[in-house]
Unconditional design. Sequence first.
Length: 132
Amino acid sequence: SFIFTTYNNDSLAALLSLSIIAFSYKTFLNCSRKNLIFLLIVGILGMYTKYSVPLTIIAILLTIGFKNLILRKLPNRTELAIAGTVILSVFSHLPWMYFFNYKHTHRLVAVPQIEPFSRPKNFSFVKIPFLL
């Protein structure tokens, strides 16, 4: 039922968030096209899974930024490649936000506004076809 779907979605989002961190670190140690492609794929999958995954991407960007701020230097090519890849994964979600969410709900983020302890009569969740 719905409760188990939510838990499965949270588990998948956590797995993809950890994968984003792992591939970012792997790319930091050995920047290759293969690692960047895997990072992009995992980032896109995370973005389409749950809206909590961008927090991981923000954490990666802040880590790169603060590291370079503390060391008082500009980011190197590897760090820029990682930052660009995770930012690209965020932008890859924009077509879904417009063509599906906005066209169907007139909001970019299709989250129903529910009053605490009440639910509208015509309430329904937006289901993502490939995550059913």
